[in-house]
Design a protein around this ligand. Structure first.
Ligand code: SAM
Ligand code: DTB
Ligand code: SF4
Length: 310
């Protein structure tokens, strides 16, 4: 696999917009059906009181965001949500937990959830924080399809966002997941005060992994009152599209997911992201703790764009 250099990635970011989008869209067409979009639905199986201090997150115990904390959900409750997600067209069900990492007893419960959700005919994804190699193996044995673990930003910007763990900790878990044979879902967030260089570095790290993540979520920061990042300057919409385009060029065979932040984006901006190479998104009224674009609005948007959901 070609290893990207930072200067080459920056050169892409600096291309005239039309040239960049043409290049990204051409690569997109060579690798995917441009009229298809993959849908995943999220469900937060454990809410709040997380010991980590990710400065964007509503669920960190370090900030007062007014979020009601909740223990691990019961299996039946999870299955009800998974059935609804399937009914609404999702092909993958992603379960998130506000943990630094799972305890063994919790992991066993999540494993039951994975098995049961899979038996409904859905792909499964979980995001549980840091994992030990043997925990990744257990999840693989349970049939887990994807593990989401974001690098969130560049290595250089990382300690301005989170100090309770390091960038290297994150990479270690990603390595364990990949070695266990689980597909990696890994991306980041824009709008956390990062520079274009940080965005380029983040995408370069992802693209240069031994196996680039099969799924790459690009989130627009959802500003949560009470978190340190509340009030940060918003990302320029065209710069957001550029980042999607560069992700598509760097990782031609990966699903690039237009993730958090859609409820604050126009249909036109989302359409530009899909043209630039985004071919996956989250469906459902809610993400983990914040609202998503409404299902009825999604149906209308996909219809107008002639996008088939898969
Ligand atoms: N605790 C686990 C972890 O950190 O890996 C799983 C859940 S965590 C909420 C999953 C990802 O959601 C984070 O890595 C981050 O990229 C994204 N995220 C969280 N809060 C967000 C926000 N307010 N806006 C955009 N993305 C966010
Ligand atoms: C990802 O990159 N985005 C999703 C998923 N992975 C787990 C989470 C978005 C969270 C948005 C804020 C919230 O709902 O609390
Ligand atoms: Fe915890 Fe994950 Fe939120 Fe960080 S992003 S505070 S690890 S739930």
């Amino acid at each position: 696999m070609k290893k990207w250099l930072l200067d080459d990635v920056l050169e892409l970011f600096n291309m005239p917009f039309n040239d960049l989008l043409f290049k990204a869209h051409t690569i997109h067409r060579q690798n995917f059906n441009p009229n298809e979009i993959q849908l995943s639905t999220l469900y937060n199986i454990k809410t709040g009181s997380c010991p980590e201090n990710c400065s964007y997150c509503s669920q960190s115990a370090h900030f007062n965001t007014g979020l009601k904390k909740e223990p691990l959900k019961e299996l039946e409750d999870v299955l009800e949500k998974a059935r609804a997600a399937k009914q609404n067209g999702a092909s993958r069900f992603c379960m998130g937990a506000a943990w630094r990492g799972p305890r063994e007893s919790d992991l066993d419960k999540v494993i039951e959830m994975v098995k049961e959700v899979k038996s409904l005919g859905l792909e499964t994804c979980v995001t549980l924080g840091l994992l030990k190699p043997e925990q990744a193996v257990k999840l693989k044995e349970a049939g887990l399809d994807y593990y989401n673990h974001n690098i969130d930003t560049s290595e250089s910007h990382y300690d301005k966002i989170i100090t309770t763990r390091t960038f290297a900790d994150r990479l270690e878990t990603i390595q364990s997941v990949s070695e266990a044979g689980i597909n990696v879902c890994c991306g980041g967030i824009l709008g956390m005060g990062e520079t274009t260089r940080d965005r380029a570095e983040m995408l370069m790290t992802l693209a240069n992994m031994d196996t680039p993540p099969k799924s790459v979520p690009i989130n627009m920061l959802v500003q949560v009152p009470g978190t340190p990042l509340h009030g940060t300057a918003a990302v320029d919409a065209l710069d957001f599209v550029r980042t999607i385009a560069v992700a598509r060029i760097l990782m031609p065979a990966s699903y690039v997911r237009l993730s958090a932040g859609r409820s604050e984006m126009s249909k036109e901006l989302q359409a530009l992201c899909f043209f630039a190479g985004a071919n996956s998104t989250f469906s459902g009224e809610q993400l983990l703790t914040v609202e998503n674009q409404r299902l009825s609005d999604d149906t209308l948007m996909f219809e107008k764009l002639g996008l088939q959901t898969v």
